[in-house]
Design a protein around this ligand. Structure first.
Ligand SMILES: Cc1ncc(COP(=O)(O)O)c(C=O)c1O
Length: 458
């Protein structure tokens, strides 16, 4: 088959491909033909270091031999079978593996195809749990979420999100959510006790809500440690543990949305591991198949699962929810191979990379444009310029004349130099594949450093 010309592909892209989270009036086609390791190649043959891991999912880079082999082998056996009343052998093995790895008692895995659906599943299971618990509590219909949370784009997940640009228009469709401001590492001063004070104040805000409303609240939903879409907002240590403690005290369920921060991104397999926390629901996606195939998981405890079992033939406690591709066999094979690769090579190599990123970030501290350098594992970020005030929505581009904002200028410069950064007006972040090499980390930060000069010259 002859490939259409570059000009034709660009024209088709503009005319027919409606891209996610993209202002289409300004869309400038960037058409990727192939990937190799941490590098993407466009149809012109230009190479780009994938510094955002294709939006936080390509944990092992691209065209990874172990993943390719696992998917090919599975393809020769079974691509897909339904999860309604049956399931693929490879998916059974994946469920067992996830149950073994997940913190604490988390042991029952419900599969879906994307992170939003995994959140939706947790929200619905939690609500149904209260309706079916020994003392039914159908009056629990609200959720508690944090500030500018992002949990996905289906209607339930949108409701618990807090980024106005993504939510406001759909308000009539959304369930009731109580929003509490999270602690923000950018607000922490230099005194050693400041972080604790910041965490304590946020926990008090949570407790005030729970004191009054716990009996109406289904669950607290949290992005553990880092609210990535909120502009790489990082919680100081202790917040997650404190939230778990309050959920226990007020008998509210805890949903940990680790779709972005889970499976190695923070330096450990699960973000909850940093604080010894077991949530009632753990949502995974993105890294689960290293971005190869759509798969997400909602993992819960025996206590929740038991409430869904019919005790008499007349009862109907079933979770009437599912997706055509739930537990897809090819995706399950990709996930098992990803977990094997994490354990064999990836996790052990992370500390050195995290340290290198820390050093390269701190070397930027003196630049006049740079403020609020922050890092959690393989997530490194800093704010840019005067507009980098706390509370700025780093994910939505609300800055005046955003196109000329320093972050956008820096990202354009980086693209010319062969580094793909997701452009934000007042935020630069790196979330590279976990397999990034030391040389690639250096190149990434060399380009960012030069990009800062470019952005300040404008
Ligand atoms: C924390 C978090 N939750 C949920 C989602 C939604 O996942 P998906 O885009 O796979 O639906 C995302 C996506 O970025 C996310 O970052």
């Amino acid at each position: 088959m002859t490939r259409p010309s570059i000009a034709t592909l660009r024209e088709w892209d503009r005319s027919h491909y409606w891209h996610s989270f993209t202002p289409m009036a300004d869309y400038e086609p960037l058409i990727i033909e192939r990937g190799e390791g941490c590098t993407l190649y466009d149809i012109r043959g230009n190479a780009y270091l994938d510094a955002a891991s294709s939006m936080w999912c390509a944990a092992l880079g691209h065209n990874h031999p172990r993943l390719n082999a696992a998917i090919s082998a599975q393809l020769g056996r079974l691509a897909h079978c339904t999860s309604l009343g049956m399931g693929a052998e490879v998916t059974v093995r994946l469920a067992k593996r996830l149950a073994d790895l997940a913190p604490g008692e988390l042991s029952h895995v419900f599969f879906s195809s994307d992170g939003s659906s995994a959140v939706e599943v947790a929200m619905k299971q939690a609500l149904q749990y209260w309706c079916q618990s020994d003392t039914p509590q159908p009056e629990r219909v609200k959720y508690l979420s944090f500030g500018q949370a992002y949990h996905g784009d289906t209607i339930g997940a949108t409701a618990v999100g807090g980024i106005g640009r993504f939510n406001d228009l759909y308000a009539p469709l959304l369930c009731e959510v109580v929003r509490v401001e999270p602690p923000d590492s950018r607000q922490v001063g230099s005194e050693p006790s400041d972080a604790q004070r910041c965490v304590d104040a946020a926990l008090q805000r949570v407790e005030r809500v729970l004191e009054e409303q716990a009996s109406q609240i289904v669950a607290v939903i949290i992005e553990p440690l880092v609210q990535m879409a909120a502009g790489m907002l990082m919680h100081p240590p202790g917040f997650l543990r404190g939230v778990r403690r309050l959920c226990d005290k007020y008998n509210v369920l805890l949903i940990a949305d680790e779709i972005a921060v889970g499976l190695g991104r923070t330096g450990r397999l699960f973000a909850c591991d940093h604080e010894g926390v077991t949530p009632d629901f753990l949502c995974l996606g993105k890294h689960l198949t290293a971005g190869y195939l759509p798969l997400a998981a909602t993992i819960t405890t025996p206590r929740i699962f038991q409430a869904f079992l019919n005790r008499t033939p007349a009862e109907d406690r079933t979770f009437w929810h599912g997706h055509t591709y739930s537990g897809n066999a090819l995706a399950s094979a990709a996930a098992l191979a990803t977990l094997e690769e994490f354990e064999a090579h990836v996790l052990a190599a992370l500390p050195a990379k995290i340290e290198q990123i820390a050093q390269r970030l701190s070397a930027l501290a003196d630049h006049p444009l740079v403020t609020h350098i922050r890092q959690r594992g393989m997530i490194g970020a800093f704010s840019l310029g005067a507009s980098a005030s706390v509370g700025t929505d780093g994910s939505t581009g609300k800055t005046e004349n955003a196109d000329q904002a320093p972050g956008r200028r820096l990202a354009r410069y980086a693209l010319e130099q062969g580094v793909w950064l997701r452009a934000k007006p007042d935020l630069i972040y790196v979330t590279p594949p976990l397999t990034i090499s030391a040389d690639q980390i250096d190149r990434l930060f060399d380009v960012i450093a030069a990009g800062l000069e470019f952005a300040s010259a404008g």
